[in-house]
Ligand binder design. Structure first.
Ligand SMILES: *Cc1c(COP(=O)(O)O)cnc(C)c1O
Length: 564
């Protein structure tokens, strides 16, 4: 019996995502979306959910970031070998792209929970001798190339992925499409369902969308207009051929261009955003759809530093499987909490030293900031007034660690990275370090080892944010603009702090509010009232941990979306 066969009887739900972070050596993710998919898969295994995951092999990864002497990001391929980490499965399916058959083969990664239950992850790969040279690289570079390359990848994921599951023998009842990237799957299902009856055989009615809507669940992950894929109909026709009649396609996906989000919205019977505010934003952007909210969560076992894990284990033995019990973390001993934090911080300072040669002071506060480097995340807000930063350092010994990649085609994001390096030069007397190549390993150390986790997006463009949840599990206190998940989790002065902003305020206003909060509230508390600080650490673990975890999130998906 092949390995796949053991999964066939029980698997009913297929989770589709362009990226998924399974382990550091597999470079199949770019950022938050992939990290979330990985946490979803881990929780699916923990909870024994009948799920299979489908993604691309991305042999060349997303990008490995180095920084040159001028502070500029240099993009490198980030290769990995599926042969080394996954098993080959003898199956092949084809999709037709630009009139050619493009063959796809599956690699299988079996993700096991500590209790032994496994979920299968299928990675789709077009690197095959059967394919024309230009088709062998379709699945190589995650989010690589231009618009048409993206469309080809989405066809492999959506159309090829659905065909692959059938070829392997899965009978899937529910498809969970994450982001518009997988929307072609729904279109492919539609094609197979009968059209509504028509009086005139020469004018066939459009396909009946009801059966497709019963099968499809759509989660949108971005509130940014540019984050939604749109393709010119000429490109769609050239790459995909006649998927469905153009008029019908336009009625489902928009008149001017094929909007993948709109397509997914029209073909999914359950739609959700990834935080309450994000669902509201989505309803505004796409009026007329019922958009629910399931707030993201993180996998507690993966994101908790070993020192805190030992501490939790000692009084809350079921915390991994049932993170709800973290609500009792407020009973932890203060000294133990601080010791665990010092251990996590020591790990961070070691990386900082290794990277920069700079010795941070373990007794002085560290602000951590790591995000995709792009305009609306405003990674430079903290550096709006350099004199003010110097003052915060003189008065409170402030230290700062920054990390994040810019998408290779995001010139604005790349400029931000260079600006930040300029600020670091200007602020030579302040310990500030940029850690290159932010990935899941750096994220673990950075979110656990900072004292303060900063987030300064332009509201309301943060979908959810998850790194602040990772921080909170380790008692790291969030200081953030009220947006995304933080609107649901912030209790001022208890679980962390907000950065006061008026929606109409300028970036200068927001920067000023940030400096004022740091100067008047956050840094004095760190310097002067350690026991209140530790009390807040315990509040943040016990109030945020039980809710903003992926176990809780997946129980919600299971009961509210999958079991509709
Ligand atoms: C958690 C994580 C993200 C997402 O963080 P946000 O707070 O949602 O921006 C991105 N990249 C890596 C490597 C992560 O670990």
């Amino acid at each position: 019996m092949s390995v796949i066969e053991s999964y066939l009887p029980s698997t009913r739900i297929a989770y589709f995502s362009m990226e998924i972070a399974l382990r550091p050596e597999m470079h199949t993710y770019a950022g938050g979306l992939g990290i979330l998919a990985g946490d979803v898969a881990h929780s699916a295994a923990d909870l024994e959910l009948p799920m299979v995951f489908v993604t691309l092999a991305s042999r060349d990864g997303y990008l490995r970031q180095t920084i040159d002497g001028e502070g500029r990001q240099i993009d490198w391929p980030d290769p990995w070998e599926p042969e080394q980490w996954t098993a080959q499965v003898p199956a092949m399916v084809a999709v037709t792209l630009e009139g050619r058959d493009v063959w796809i083969r599956p690699w299988l990664y079996e993700l096991a929970s500590p209790l032994g239950y496994k979920v299968p992850v299928i990675l789709l790969d077009t690197r095959l001798d059967q394919n024309a040279t230009q088709d062998r690289t379709v699945t190589d570079r995650l989010y690589g190339g231009g618009e048409c390359d993206r469309l080809r990848q989405e066809a492999v994921l959506g159309i090829g992925g659905e065909r692959m599951l059938r070829a392997l023998g899965f009978s899937i009842e529910t498809y969970h499409l994450n982001e518009g990237h997988a929307a072609l799957l729904a279109l492919n299902l539609l094609r197979r369902h009968a059209r509504a009856p028509s009086d005139n055989p020469l004018e066939p009615r459009p396909h009946n969308t009801d059966p497709v809507r019963r099968q499809c669940i759509f989660t949108t992950h971005t509130p940014v207009e540019a984050g939604h894929d749109r393709f010119a109909y000429e490109d769609v026709a050239r790459v995909l051929g006649d998927v469905v009649a153009l008029d019908e396609l336009k009625s489902l996906a928009g008149e001017d261009r094929l909007n993948m989000t709109r397509l997914a919205l029209n073909l999914s019977g359950y739609v959700n955003g990834v935080a309450r505010r994000h669902a509201e934003t989505t309803r505004r952007m796409f009026p007329g759809y019922r958009v629910r909210a399931i707030t993201n969560g993180v996998h507690v076992e993966h994101w908790t530093h070993p020192a805190f894990a030992r501490l939790f284990q000692s009084i809350l033995p079921h915390w991994c499987h049932e993170p709800e019990v973290l609500s009792r973390a407020d009973q932890l001993d203060d000294g133990n909490v601080w010791d665990a934090h010092r251990e996590a911080k020591r790990d961070l300072l070691e990386i900082v030293k290794g990277q920069s040669g700079i010795d941070f002071d373990p007794e002085a506060p560290v602000i951590g900031f790591a995000r995709r480097m792009t305009g609306y995340k405003r990674p430079n807000l903290l550096f709006m007034d350099l004199e003010r930063v110097r003052r915060l350092h003189r008065e409170f010994a402030l230290q700062i660690v920054v990390a994040g990649k810019a998408h290779p085609r995001d010139e604005g994001g790349k400029a931000l990275i260079q600006q930040i390096h300029g600020h670091i030069d200007d602020l030579r007397d302040v310990p500030i370090v940029f850690l290159p190549n932010y990935d899941m390993e750096i994220a673990r150390t950075l979110t656990a080892g900072s004292d303060i986790w900063l987030n300064t997006p332009l509201p309301s463009l943060e979908a959810s944010g998850t790194s602040g949840m990772k921080a909170a599990l380790n008692g790291v206190l969030n200081l953030s603009i009220l947006d995304g998940w933080w609107l649901e989790a912030c209790e001022e002065g208890i679980t962390g702090w907000s950065i006061d902003h008026r929606p109409e305020g300028t970036r200068e206003d927001h920067a000023r509010a940030l400096y004022e909060k740091l100067e008047a509230v956050v840094l004095p508390l760190y310097a002067q009232d350690r026991s209140r600080w530790i009390w807040m650490m315990k509040q943040t673990i016990s109030k945020i941990g039980p809710i903003f975890n992926s176990q809780h999130m997946m129980r919600r998906y299971a009961s509210e979306a999958y079991l509709r």
